[in-house]
Unconditional design. Sequence first.
Length: 42
Amino acid sequence: MGLLTLAAEMGTVLSIKITGDDANEVGVALTDLVSDFFGEGQ
């Protein structure tokens, strides 16, 4: 995965395209990561 930095303020809408055999699992993992504020809490 080539995500190096993410300069997005709170409220920014992200559009992510995930392809491949494990796309569903990656989508769930990314959703969980963002929902948890990247491990930073609220």
